[in-house]
Design a protein around this ligand. Structure first.
Ligand SMILES: Cc1cc2nc3c(=O)[nH]c(=O)nc-3n(C[C@H](O)[C@H](O)[C@H](O)COP(=O)(O)OP(=O)(O)OC[C@H]3O[C@@H](n4cnc5c(N)ncnc54)[C@H](O)[C@@H]3O)c2cc1C
Length: 554
């Protein structure tokens, strides 16, 4: 007789605020809210342990201009240039103006930035016209996140739910007042240790779930980055925007024992060479005769991709053997030790690298106060699309965005938090009646592998109309299979993630098809030029809208 899967219905939990995501954005939101409303009761949900996030792995630092108009203006201009003039100017200025405040906030939270002779050792990265990157050597994210988590843990108002995965937002229509939209009142959340799905209800719901690098085969992002917040918000009816702009980092370590380890571009800053995998010859002079290895991320990533295609290799090499050993080991201790653990002594061996999905410039459409189309729902950090990054993120602007939008959103969400939910009809707990089949791990794995490989080949660094259209057909079939699987099987984290990356993939491909130009991190071989008349790509439900900047009303 066929074994019947068990019911997954869990418990009901009620809080003032539900925060999904424990990266820099979620943690900054919570710490600010605790100052504004000390009596608040917060649920903090994280898919794995609290530290596991894109934020934790940030190496380079956090950009912030000195607190004067001229320096902020320079940072503003650098950001617009990197963003290929697609940034939302208003939002960009609102965020950059708060750079100094963000650094002071982190220092108050006991983050110790690198100093030398009594001054902060500000670094300069590609695209920045001056030194303005606060850093903790090559482990900035780890230092910041550890400090913030230590502080959060001292507050009894925050209940921590590690190894919990949000599956779907709970919404209700506000029908009786004209002009009122849908409101979000909670989420269904899978508790990995019990396998049950709990119903969380809250006056305010914060999406701080980070990016979606796992849509692609190679990514610098950890396992948790599957675009869940963006997928949930889209399914609930919120607009999302500019998802075609996925920034690729040129140099991820290519190694089967460690699949998301970033090799910082600061190594190229110190003089590292890129070599063809077959002939071991340098090649960047063919693509960027002046800057060579120091060209911008998009140019270097495209050059590496082209060389990989030409040689039919899955990687190319980074060579640092000619650089002073002591300098390398002192400046890049984490990279040195990690590679050594894999048997690669970079002072003697070549480092195999591959370009990898790194940062999603688009996301859930918001203003800098985290407001979305849906009442009581806020989105912050990499999940949100504020318009700061335009077509290409300026290095080290994303940690800054997380702190600033986290703090601003804390204040903005107070009215929601202070207004209790009026449930219009009984809220249903998770219903497992539809579950008929037992799990098939090999099928899930096959769908994961297939989808990510196809996205890399057809919607990665180089895109064409024909390739994107072919991919859409494949995705249509895959999505039908995945939705079918989701309906008939018990819900597990990998199935939730697979469902979400398949939706994000479809949205990326649709947006990339629509953008008939090349700009920033989006390169169309069939439309190699920039068309300055094209604005943002905004999607909601079945509609594909095309907007010009500064016209959104939230
Ligand atoms: C290797 C690397 C290096 C980087 N270096 C820099 C740098 O030097 N400077 C810079 O500015 N930026 C850098 N970035 C980018 C930057 O780290 C991220 O953009 C930023 O940290 C995003 O923060 P976040 O809080 O929005 O999301 P994240 O830090 O990614 O946090 C997401 C959180 O959401 C949780 N989550 C996700 N889905 C769910 C779900 N369904 N249910 C419950 N919880 C969920 C996760 O568990 C996690 O806690 C780097 C990124 C990477 C990957």
């Amino acid at each position: 007789m066929k074994e019947k899967p068990q019911s997954q219905q869990g418990q009901r939990k009620i809080f003032d605020v539900l925060v999904m995501g424990s990266g820099i954005a979620g943690l900054s939101y919570i710490l600010e809210l605790l100052q504004l409303k000390p009596s608040v009761k917060i649920a903090l949900i994280a898919k794995k342990n609290l530290a596991e996030s894109n934020s934790f792995y940030a190496q380079g630092g956090i950009a912030a201009a000195l607190n004067n108009k001229a320096e902020i203006e320079k940072h503003f201009q650098d950001t617009l240039l990197a963003g290929a003039h697609l940034c939302n100017k208003k939002a960009t200025l609102q965020i950059l103006e708060k750079g100094h405040d963000a650094i002071e906030t982190l220092i108050r939270q006991k983050v110790v930035f690198a100093q030398s002779e009594g001054h902060y050792s500000l670094a300069q990265e590609a695209g920045h016209s001056t030194r303005r990157i606060y850093n903790c050597e090559d482990h900035t994210g780890k230092t910041i996140i550890t400090a913030l988590i230590d502080t959060i843990k001292t507050y009894p108002q925050v209940t921590l739910f590690e190894y919990h995965t949000a599956i779907e937002l709970i919404t209700q229509n506000k029908l009786h007042k004209p002009g009122d939209s849908k409101e979000v009142i909670g989420a269904y959340i899978l508790n990995e240790s019990t396998g049950k799905i709990d119903t969380f209800l809250a006056n305010a719901v914060i999406l701080a779930t980070g990016g979606a690098g796992k849509v692609y085969r190679y990514t610098t992002n950890p396992e948790t980055a599957t675009g869940d917040g963006i997928a949930m918000a889209y399914r609930a009816g919120a607009r999302v925007g500019n998802l075609e702009f996925y920034q690729f980092h040129p140099t991820l370590l290519y190694h089967h024992h460690l699949n998301n380890f970033l090799i910082s571009e600061a190594l190229r800053g110190e003089g590292a060479y890129l070599l063809k995998p077959d002939t071991l010859q340098r090649f960047m002079h063919l693509y960027a005769p002046e800057k060579k290895e120091l060209a911008t991320r998009d140019i270097v990533a495209k050059a590496i991709f082209t060389e990989m295609e030409k040689s039919a290799h899955n990687f190319i090499y980074l060579d640092v053997r000619h650089i002073n050993k002591d300098l390398l080991i002192q400046r890049f201790p984490t990279i040195y030790q990690t590679l050594l653990g894999l048997g690669i002594d970079f002072t003697q061996h070549l480092i195999p690298v591959v370009p990898a999905a790194h940062y999603l410039c688009g996301g859930v459409l918001t203003n800098v106060y985290g407001q979305t189309d849906l009442q009581r729902l806020y989105a912050i950090g990499e999940t949100a699309f504020t318009g700061l990054h335009g077509a290409n993120r300026l290095a080290s602007n994303s940690l800054l965005e997380g702190v600033v939008t986290g703090k601003l959103t804390a204040n903005q969400s107070l009215p929601s938090i202070n207004t209790s939910l009026q449930l219009r009809y009984p809220i249903r707990d998770w219903d497992s009646q539809h579950v008929t089949d037992l799990r098939r791990a090999s099928q899930i794995n096959a769908l994961w592998r297939g989808l990510r490989g196809e996205m890399t080949s057809y919607a990665g660094i180089v895109r064409t109309e024909a390739g994107l259209n072919d991919l859409l057909k494949l995705l249509y079939t895959r999505r039908e299979m995945i939705e079918g699987y989701y309906r008939k099987h018990a819900v597990t984290r990998d199935v939730v993630e697979l469902r979400n990356i398949s939706l994000i993939a479809k949205l990326i491909v649709n947006s990339a098809l629509f953008r008939k130009e090349s700009r920033g991190s989006h390169y169309r071989e069939d439309y190699p030029d920039t068309n300055s008349r094209i604005g943002d790509t905004i999607l909601r439900g079945k509609d594909l809208q095309f907007n010009f900047q500064d016209q959104y009303e939230i």
